[in-house]
Every structure is written in C-alpha cells, then in structure tokens.
Design a protein around this ligand. Structure first.
Ligand SMILES: CC(C)(COP(=O)(O)OP(=O)(O)OC[C@H]1O[C@@H](n2cnc3c(N)ncnc32)[C@H](O)[C@@H]1OP(=O)(O)O)[C@@H](O)C(=O)NCCC(=O)NCCS
Length: 150
C-alpha cells in the first residue's frame, strides 16, 4: 500500500515506533515533516489496519533516497523487508528515479545483509556519522525504469 500526505503521519509513526528501538523512533511531528516534502511516499504491507512493516522514500529529480525501513520484530525473517524494498523501488522508478540511495550503520548487520542481498553496493562512507561515533555506509542500487509508452 502506498501512503502519502499528512494523514499518514500518525499511523506511520506508530508503526515506526513498533519497529525501532526507543531512541530511534520518529514521532508524528517528525513523520509529518518528512511526508510534507515533495516526492515523499511510504510503502506498507497489505491493506489492513495493522501492517507489519514500512518503508519511506523521497524522489527528487532522477534519484530516490530511502529514508527509513522497518519491520516489527515478530514479523522478521519472512521476506517482508525484501518485499517492501521491491515495492518501493517500483514506485520510485514509476516516479522517475533511476537509482535508490540509502545510509546504513556499519553496526547494523541485519540491515547490511538485507541490502546486499537485494543488490545494493557501497558507494561511500560517512565517518562518525551517528551520535555513538559509528560510521554510516552509503549504498546505492539502480532501479529498472518502467517501459515508456510514448
Ligand atoms: C533490517 C530489517 C528491516 C529486516 O527486515 P526483515 O523483514 O526481517 O528482512 P527479510 O526477511 O526481508 O530479509 C531478507 C534478507 O535480508 C537478510 N537479513 C535480514 N535480516 C537478517 C538478520 N537478522 N541476519 C542476517 N541476515 C538478515 C537475509 O539475507 C534475508 O534473507 P533470508 O531470510 O532468506 O536469509 C529488520 O531487521 C528491522 O526492522 N530492523 C530494525 C530497523 C532497522 O535496522 N532498519 C534498517 C535501518 S537502515
């Protein structure tokens, strides 16, 4: 399911809170600020009231940036993050993006394993990027553009 606009801020913040540790949670105001940016959209699984995962991205010109990705602990290792990334990539390509970028902590092995499994490659590193002094890797993946009909 694709979500955009301010009405999505509250449910997405609640879901983000269920997927991330306390210190990394985004509240409703933070989520609303992101959703107000041009080109920002979210992807969740299913159409039900209680989705298990979310991914948020922003498309600007011909590039997309993954802003967050999370899956509830009870729903992990069932391919949901992989499916969300697939859906998000397709939507970003539909909106004109040819590549998807993201930042991930070197100290996050599950996320690194996921991104490598779905074809992301390292394109840069931000040293001491996080408050704990840890580095971030910048990863990127090409997106298949939809076939033009004109
Ligand atoms: C990272 C995260 C999104 C993965 O979600 P998920 O739904 O469990 O991932 P998937 O089931 O789609 O995993 C796909 C592949 O990624 C890799 N992977 C995912 N979690 C892994 C783990 N804990 N350890 C090793 N590899 C892992 C595997 O290759 C996996 O394929 P496999 O299960 O067939 O071996 C989830 O652990 C999460 O929400 N973590 C907390 C938030 C977070 O760190 N988000 C990323 C911020 S950059």
């Amino acid at each position: 399911m694709i979500l955009t606009g301010p009405d999505a801020a509250a449910p997405l913040a609640a879901l983000h809170g269920a997927c991330f540790p306390l210190a990394e949670r985004w509240d409703r105001a933070a989520m609303a600020e992101l959703l107000a940016m041009p080109g920002c959209f979210a992807v969740t699984d299913g159409a039900g009231a209680e989705p298990s995962g979310l991914a948020l991205a922003r498309v600007a010109a011909d590039e997309a940036e993954l802003l967050t990705l999370g899956v509830r602990p009870v729903a992990r290792r069932r391919g949901l993050a992989r499916a969300l990334l697939h859906r998000l990539g397709a939507e970003a390509a539909r909106r004109g993006a040819g590549a998807l970028f993201l930042e991930v902590a070197v100290a996050n092995p599950p996320a690194l394993a996921l991104y490598r499994a779905v074809g992301f490659a390292e394109v840069g590193r931000r040293r001491r990027y996080y408050p704990d002094g840890g580095d971030a890797l910048i990863l990127a993946r090409r997106l298949d553009r939809p076939v033009s009909t004109v």
